[in-house]
Write a protein of this length. Structure first.
Length: 563
C-alpha cells in the first residue's frame, strides 16, 4: 500500500516492537500515526517523544490512545482485577465473551470504537494477544473450582464460576477475532498486519525457561496454543472477501532490546522491594512451609536496584540472565529493528519471505484437478441411484447450516411444481404457494424426509406449521421461542421451509436475475464467466445444488478467494 499521506494505527505502539515500527514507518511520510498502549502515561510518553523527534511535523501527526482493547470502551481503563471484582461487570464480561455477538455488543467494544473513530488505512497490531489471554491462568482457577465442587464443606459460589468462564482462552480469542473482523471491514482498513509470537521464543517443548515447576509450563504452552490458533484465524480472515489484506509476522527468538541502565527493578509492573533475613533469624526446616510467614524477615523499604537490560514484554533481565537466554543454542535473539524492517516492507507490498499467512497459503493443499474430474463421476453415480430407487436425495443437515438445507428443499419443491427456472421466473408467487401446499400435502415421503431431518414447514397461510420429532431451528437453547411474527421471520430465514407467497416471490426474483445475468451476450465464449447459460442447462431445469451454491456464493458472500 501507499504509506505516504496515510493513517496508520499501531496497537502497542509504546512497546519495544511497536516503537521500532513507528521509527521505520516515518521514513515513508504517513500523515497520521495513532499510538496506543495499555496505560495513559505510556501512550502520552511515546507521542511526546515522537513529537520532539519529528519536531518539523504538525503535532497532530501523532495521536495517543490508551486502554484495554479486549473489553468495552467504558472499561478500557480498568484493570482485569477491578473488572472481576465487581459482580455486575463480571457477569457482563462473561456475556461479552460467551454470548452471541450482536450489533449492540459490537459497538460497545473499545477496539471497534478505536477503529471507527480513527478510520486508519492500515493497522499494525503489536499487542501480544496470546500473552494477554493465556496468562489469565485458567488452570489455577479451574483447579480451585474443582476442589470446591468435590468438597462438600465448601459450596461453589457464582463468583468462582464467573471467574472461570471469563478466563476461557478460546472463547476470548474467537470473540476478539470476530470484533476485529467486523471493525476492520466497517472502518474500510486496507491492511491489517499482526506481529505474532511462537509462545516459546522459537524453542521447542524442551524450553528450559518456564513459569512454574513444570517443564514445559502449562501456561507457556497455552500461550503458544493461543498464538497458533490466532494465526489460523488470521489465515481464514485473509480468505474472507470484502476485508483488508491480512498478514502476520511471527518473531521466534527473544526480542531485544529497548534500553540498558541502572536503577530500580520492576517485575510484573511492581517495584521489587528489598528484604533481608540475618543468619541468626534462620528458620528451621520442619513442619509445613508458610508462604505468608514473615517472622524474622526485615523489610528495608527501599527498592532493589541493579544494572539491567529492558527487553520489552519479556521484562527486565540482569546481565547474566540476558547472557543465558541469548546464548547460541538457547533462545538467541532478534532485534526490534529487524522485525520493523520486515513489517514495513510487507506493508509496502514487498515479498520478504517472512510472512506467515502467505507461507500457509503456499503450503496448504487446496482443490485439485483430479477431485474436480472425479466429482462428475460421483454426481453421475448419485443420479443413477436416485433413478433406480425412485428417490430424490437432497440433504440431511450434516453439512450445515440449516439455512442451506432449507434452500435445497425449497429448490426441490420448485423443481417439482414448476420444472424449470424459466417457469419460476414467469410464475405468480401466490400460485407457487398454492402448488407448494398441495405438493407437500400429497407427497408424504418428501414431507416426512424434511421433517425427519429437523426442518419445520410453515404452510402458505403463515399461521400453521408442520414439524417432526427433532427441530433444529430454533435450537433447544434459544432464549426466546415465542411464536411472534419477528421470530417466525428469523426462523424461516434460518431453517424453516417457507411456503408463503412472500418467500416464493424472492425465488421468482432470484431466478429472473440469474437468467438476466447469465444469458449469453455478445457471443462471449471465453473463460471469463463461470455461471453461464450452459451451466444452468439453458434454464430448462432446476438443479438444487447449483442454485443453493449460487445463493451462498453470489448473494451471501460465502465464496472462497484462494485455492
Amino acid at each position: 500500500m501507499q504509506l505516504k499521506g496515510s493513517t496508520v494505527l499501531v496497537l502497542g505502539g509504546w512497546g519495544l516492537v511497536g516503537s521500532a515500527i513507528i521509527q521505520r514507518l516515518m521514513r515513508y511520510e504517513p500523515a497520521r500515526v495513532i499510538v496506543t498502549s495499555l496505560r495513559r502515561e505510556e501512550a502520552e510518553e511515546a507521542v511526546e517523544h515522537l513529537r520532539r523527534q519529528f519536531a518539523l511535523l504538525p503535532p497532530e501527526t501523532f495521536v495517543p490512545w490508551w486502554g484495554n482493547i479486549f473489553v468495552r470502551t467504558e472499561w478500557k481503563d480498568l484493570s482485569r482485577a477491578e473488572l472481576l471484582a465487581d459482580p455486575e461487570r463480571r457477569r457482563a464480561l462473561v456475556e461479552d465473551t460467551l454470548g452471541e455477538l450482536t450489533e449492540q455488543m459490537l459497538r460497545r467494544q473499545a477496539l471497534y470504537d478505536l477503529l471507527m473513530t480513527h478510520q486508519p488505512d492500515a493497522v499494525i497490531d503489536c499487542v501480544n494477544t496470546a500473552t494477554a489471554i493465556a496468562y489469565q491462568d485458567i488452570y489455577t482457577t479451574g483447579m480451585r473450582l474443582a476442589r470446591m465442587a468435590y468438597d462438600s464443606e465448601h459450596q461453589m459460589d457464582a463468583a468462582s464460576v464467573e471467574h472461570l468462564l471469563a478466563s476461557l482462552y478460546i472463547p476470548q480469542l474467537v470473540r476478539h477475532i470476530q470484533i476485529l473482523h467486523h471493525a476492520l471491514r466497517e472502518a474500510k482498513v486496507q491492511v491489517y498486519l499482526k506481529v505474532g509470537t511462537s509462545g516459546t521464543g522459537g524453542m521447542g517443548l524442551n524450553i528450559p525457561f518456564t513459569h512454574s515447576e513444570e517443564r514445559p509450563s502449562r501456561v507457556l504452552l497455552s500461550k503458544a496454543a493461543v498464538a497458533g490458533a490466532q494465526s489460523l484465524l488470521l489465515f481464514l480472515m485473509a480468505r474472507t472477501p470484502g476485508g483488508p489484506v491480512v498478514k502476520e509476522v511471527k518473531p521466534s527468538a527473544a526480542i531485544g532490546w529497548k534500553r540498558i541502565g541502572y536503577g530500580p527493578i520492576v517485575r510484573r509492573g511492581q517495584l521489587i522491594e528489598r528484604s533481608d533475613m540475618p543468619i541468626e533469624h534462620a528458620r528451621p526446616c520442619v513442619g509445613e512451609f508458610d508462604h505468608n510467614g514473615s517472622e524474622g524477615v526485615l523489610r528495608l523499604n527501599i527498592p532493589l536496584e541493579s544494572v539491567f537490560i529492558d527487553t520489552g514484554e519479556n521484562g527486565i533481565f540482569g546481565r547474566a540472565e540476558f547472557e543465558t537466554v541469548t546464548t547460541v543454542g538457547l533462545m538467541e535473539m532478534v532485534t526490534p529493528e529487524e522485525i520493523a524492517h520486515v513489517v514495513v516492507e510487507e506493508l509496502r507490498g514487498a515479498a520478504t519471505g517472512r510472512e506467515i499467512v502467505q507461507a500457509l497459503d503456499a503450503s496448504v493443499m487446496g482443490p485439485t484437478y483430479r477431485a474436480g474430474a472425479l466429482r462428475e463421476r460421483a454426481l453421475a453415480t448419485l443420479r443413477r441411484l436416485e433413478r433406480e430407487h425412485g428417490n430424490t436425495s437432497i440433504g440431511f443437515e450434516l453439512l450445515g447450516p440449516p439455512r442451506l438445507t432449507k434452500l435445497l428443499y425449497e429448490a426441490a419443491i420448485l423443481r417439482a411444481i414448476a420444472g424449470s427456472m424459466r417457469h419460476v421466473a414467469a410464475a405468480d408467487p401466490h400460485e407457487l404457494a398454492r402448488s407448494a401446499d398441495g405438493f407437500v400435502a400429497s407427497n408424504a415421503e418428501f414431507r416426512s424426509t424434511i421433517l425427519s431431518v429437523g426442518l419445520p414447514i410453515l404452510l402458505s397461510d403463515g399461521t400453521r406449521y408442520l414439524r417432526g420429532a427433532t427441530v433444529l431451528v430454533p435450537s433447544a437453547s434459544a432464549p426466546d421461542c415465542t411464536m411472534t411474527a419477528e421470530n417466525l421471520e428469523r426462523w424461516c430465514h434460518d431453517g424453516w421451509i417457507d411456503l408463503r407467497p412472500s418467500n416464493w416471490a424472492q425465488w421468482v426474483e432470484r431466478c429472473r436475475q440469474i437468467i438476466e445475468r447469465c444469458s449469453p451476450n455478445d457471443g462471449d465464449t471465453s473463460s471469463r464467466a463461470e455461471f453461464t447459460a450452459e451451466y444452468w442447462e439453458n434454464f430448462d431445469t432446476i438443479n438444487e445444488g447449483k442454485l443453493a451454491a449460487y445463493i451462498l456464493y453470489a448473494e451471501e458472500g460465502g465464496g472462497r478467494t484462494k485455492r
